[in-house]
Design a protein around this ligand. Structure first.
Ligand code: EPZ
Length: 419
């Protein structure tokens, strides 16, 4: 089982290019099921989760894989889909696979996907996905851990989400694109990945307005066609690299991402005292002294991203003063706390809030990754800690970060992967 070893205490300096967005890529790959003809996605990151989605698409009968001549291009042909069933052993490893259900029932009239089940950070139900698909006329049946949806032709409807759900909004928006008539999605998620998916669908021939607001209007069309698309840079990877620069009092130019898609993250890091200069598809982040303590509450976009919570907490463990980190999106997203304590952090969790008292320094120690973003937070802390930190179970990191140790080494970090 791979582990990453970091000799901390070195300032990160230089330029780093972020990979394409994991979460945008997963939704766009599901959307490819809707298109007649080939879909080509460029700037797709080489991640375990992307491989998982490719396996799901192939299991459905689609031709899906990385282009042999370009390591970051994915080609998908959904026309051959003949088995609209996504099996448990694949879905449980990559819950975003549930997003194939909407496209399957919309285009092929039938989809059967394993319930994704919970994960380390929470129960993560899919009731809102099903509420939306049923509103569009899908007949759903739950049996033996699978959700089966059927519909001769979906019909446009009004869907009011009870909670802001990113993949739920994406799943229903994809299904509505081929439904007959108009659909209105109220209380829709506003994340940049929802906007990118809507723009992608429109270029496939869909008619969608309002993506990025809480109200999305979709006028169904009879068919969609495959297109080419370059995936946007990953705003969470970019935020993670920015947090690492601040934690190590570095000076880093992060390229290949739109800073406007991560304003809450950059604003919060500025509050800690970092200097951040944004350009069109890059930003420079500099820190000169220990960060100031700040309070943060995670929230759906445009609020502070829950996916950035552990990385910011790692920064705040070294702040001058005490911070309160409140997690409102998922119910169990503080599993990085016990591991940060092993590095000498002072954190007390009370319900949905973690009280972080800044310390002068962290000291390296063996720690264990528990989930994707918790492990990212541990890497940020390890880069700032004095001495050596060994992060085990790094397969969690490989789900969402492409070659993270190479990127950090390119910024001067002393970091290596050990089998
Ligand atoms: C997406 O997950 C992201 N994953 C997550 O990133 C991210 O943390 C999350 O959005 C929030 O930003 C992908 O896009 C693949 P939600 P998603 O539905 O859509 C509740 C990462 O690290 N909910 O927005 O599954 C749910 O329990 C991953 O890259 C329902 O109650 O998240 C949660 O409390 C982790 N019923 C809240 O909504 C539903 O039907 C937000 O979840 C769906 C969700």
């Amino acid at each position: 089982m791979d582990r990453i070893v970091v000799a901390g205490g070195r300032r990160l300096l230089g330029t780093v290019d972020v990979s394409g967005s994991k979460n945008a890529s997963l939704a766009l790959m599901a959307a490819a099921l809707l298109g007649e003809g080939e879909t080509v996605l460029r700037n797709v990151p080489r991640l375990r989760d992307v491989d998982g989605m490719l396996q799901i698409l192939s299991a459905l009968g689609a031709h899906a894989g990385f282009d042999p001549h370009d390591p970051h291009t994915v080609r998908i042909l959904a026309d051959p889909v003949d088995t609209p069933e996504a099996p448990y052993e694949l879905v449980r490893k990559m819950r975003a696979s549930f997003m194939v259900l909407g496209p399957l029932v919309a285009r092929f009239g039938h989809g059967k996907v394993s319930e994704p089940g919970g994960c380390a950070i929470g129960v993560r139900p899919v009731d809102q996905h099903l509420k939306g698909l049923e509103a569009l006329g899908a007949k759903t049946e739950l049996s033996r851990g699978y959700v089966e949806c059927r519909a001769d032709r979906l019909r446009g409807a009004r869907v009011v989400f009870d909670v802001s759900t990113v993949n739920g909004t994406q799943n229903v928006m994809m299904a509505a694109s081929l439904a007959e008539g108009e659909s209105v999605l109220e209380n829709a998620a506003r994340e940049p990945e929802v906007v990118e998916l809507a723009e992608f669908l429109v270029r496939m021939g869909a008619r969608i307005e309002g993506a990025g607001t809480g109200r999305i209007v979709v006028e169904g069309v009879p068919r969609l066609r495959g297109i080419e698309h370059r995936v946007a840079g990953d705003r969470i990877e970019a935020g993670t690299l920015a947090a690492a620069a601040v934690a190590t009092r570095g000076d880093v130019l992060v390229r290949g991402v739109d800073p406007r898609a991560m304003e809450a993250t950059l604003a919060k890091l500025r509050e800690t005292g970092a200097a951040i200069d944004a350009a069109d598809d890059s930003f420079r982040v500099r820190a000169f002294e220990a960060p100031r303590a700040v309070d943060v509450v995670t929230a759906p976009y445009p609020g502070f991203a829950t996916d950035m919570q552990s990385q910011l907490m790692a920064v705040l463990t070294l702040a001058q003063g005490s911070s309160v980190v409140t997690e409102t999106v998922f119910e169990n997203r503080f599993m990085h706390v016990p591991e940060l304590l092993r590095l000498g952090a002072e954190i007390a969790v009370a319900g949905r809030s973690a009280h972080v008292r800044g310390v002068e320094r962290l000291s390296g120690a063996p720690v264990m990754a528990t989930d994707l973003r918790a492990s990212a937070g541990l890497i940020v802390a390890a880069l700032a800690a004095e001495g050596e930190t060994c992060v085990s179970r790094v397969y969690h990191i490989d789900r969402g970060y492409e070659r993270i140790e190479e990127k950090l080494r390119g910024l001067g970090a002393s970091i290596r992967r050990e089998a």
